[in-house]
Ligand binder design. Structure first.
Ligand code: SF4
Length: 276
């Protein structure tokens, strides 16, 4: 450890004798803990659109995120601390993004890089783009710009380091992942070719079964349709479609419950972020 690092760590008014300067630091456990974490944040290796090019440039030799201990971009969420959402988040991609977030171990952080990830950007309210990543995962740092420059991303990384510096081991609200019992419930991605509210899956299944049975939408005769399926009065293809729609709902009901837990967890985390 260099003497510069020791000076960063020193966290008390207690005087260090001159002959020990550069060799000794008196500090708190939280300070060491945060210093080690902030100096080795490993971002996840993925990008979504034009902003990702700037993120790649930030990691290259000209800007060199190795100075922050962040050069090791991991190709696995299991080994990542930081998700940099760099680019346009489409409704199709939000599902794997949330799944990747779920697979990251705590403590984990999210940076919304650029206008698209922060709020939809130039495509806001487009038919295929979500209006901000923070509707799906808790975002710690927002970086404005279209695209943000590598300097802006570095500024965001430094802001994240400051946030990590402010988390105290003495306060469980700061480090809930060390608390008793489970941490935040794992959010579940919202499934479907478009963004579908899983709480409406009952209705969706009903309509799918009616469509599979060749009946017009809006006709609610589920028992009759179920009977048709059971007695093979509808085609095998339609039955398969209906059965697969029915199997979706089984998962969807569990998913709806988990989605509610996730929304509660996100609200709790936002409240913590607002306090910090
Ligand atoms: S914010 Fe601008 S540069 Fe970044 S992904 Fe969106 S359109 Fe591209």
């Amino acid at each position: 450890m260099s003497s510069l690092d020791l000076r960063q760590l020193h966290d008390t008014e207690f005087p260090i004798p001159d002959e020990m300067q550069g060799n000794l630091a008196i500090t708190s456990l939280s300070k060491v803990y945060n210093w080690s974490r902030r100096s080795s944040v490993w971002p996840m290796l993925f990008g979504l659109a034009c902003c990702a090019i700037e993120m790649i440039a930030t990691a290259a030799s000209r800007y060199d995120t190795a100075r922050f201990g962040m050069e090791v971009m991991r190709a696995s969420p299991r080994q990542s601390d930081l998700m940099i959402v760099s680019g346009t988040v489409t409704k199709k991609m939000v599902v794997p993004i949330v799944r990747l977030y779920n697979q990251m171990p705590e403590p984990k952080y999210v940076i919304a890089m650029g206008a698209c990830a922060s709020g939809g950007g130039p495509f806001k309210e487009g038919y295929n783009v979500v209006s901000g990543m923070d509707q799906y995962v808790p975002v710690d740092v927002y970086i404005p710009g279209c695209p943000p420059t590598p300097q802006a991303l570095i500024n965001g990384l430094i802001a994240l380091q400051k946030k990590i510096d402010g988390q105290s081991l003495a306060n469980m609200d700061d480090v809930p992942w060390y608390g008793v019992g489970p941490s935040d419930p794992v959010p579940i991605p919202i499934l479907g070719p478009d963004i579908i509210d899983p709480r409406q899956m009952g209705m969706i299944r009903e309509q799918a079964m009616l469509a599979a049975a060749g009946q017009p939408y809006g006709v609610r005769e589920l028992p009759a349709v179920a009977m048709q399926i059971a007695t093979k009065k509808i085609s095998a293809g339609a039955a398969v479609a209906a059965v697969s729609a029915a199997s979706v709902v089984v998962d969807a009901e569990a998913e709806a419950a988990r989605l509610e837990r996730r929304q509660e967890a996100v609200a709790r985390k936002r409240a913590l972020l607002a306090k910090s």
